[in-house]
Ligand binder design. Sequence first.
Ligand SMILES: [Zn+2]
Length: 162
Amino acid sequence: MSDEPAGGRVSVSVPDQVELPRLLDFYDYQTPEDTRIHAFYDRLREGELSTTTCADCGAVHFPPRVVCPECLGDDLEYVALPERGELFAFSEVRAGAPLGMEDDVPFTIGIVDIGDVRLSARIDEAASDDLEIGDPVDLRIVDVEGPADHDRVWFRFVPADG
Ligand SMILES: [Zn+2]
């Protein structure tokens, strides 16, 4: 496990005034009772972004899997991803933000190449006008406060310092 992620750590909240319809809650439930990829969240909570790789065919997946989509093998293991990725694409959200993010608009979302995978995530601390394709971005772990009976965690990125 790594130390504090390069992008630092922040908290966000999801409204708890209403009983959230499950499908409107952006963040996954993360316990072993809720998901078979709970190890991904356990590792993220410890500061490490990870994913699964297949021992049979070598495929690297994202998001993590319980069965390899390439060869249907189930001998998968978790591997750490780097803390720094590279912007493949990005855009700005100006409307239609998920529940709990309505007050954040406009904000930037990106497609990030990191290690052997490509994933989508919010890009904090940057307006889309300030970014260019290929910019380095660093992992930021986000603690999610809100209506769940367990602590949740998620990931974003911030522009790398240099
Ligand atoms: Zn495989």
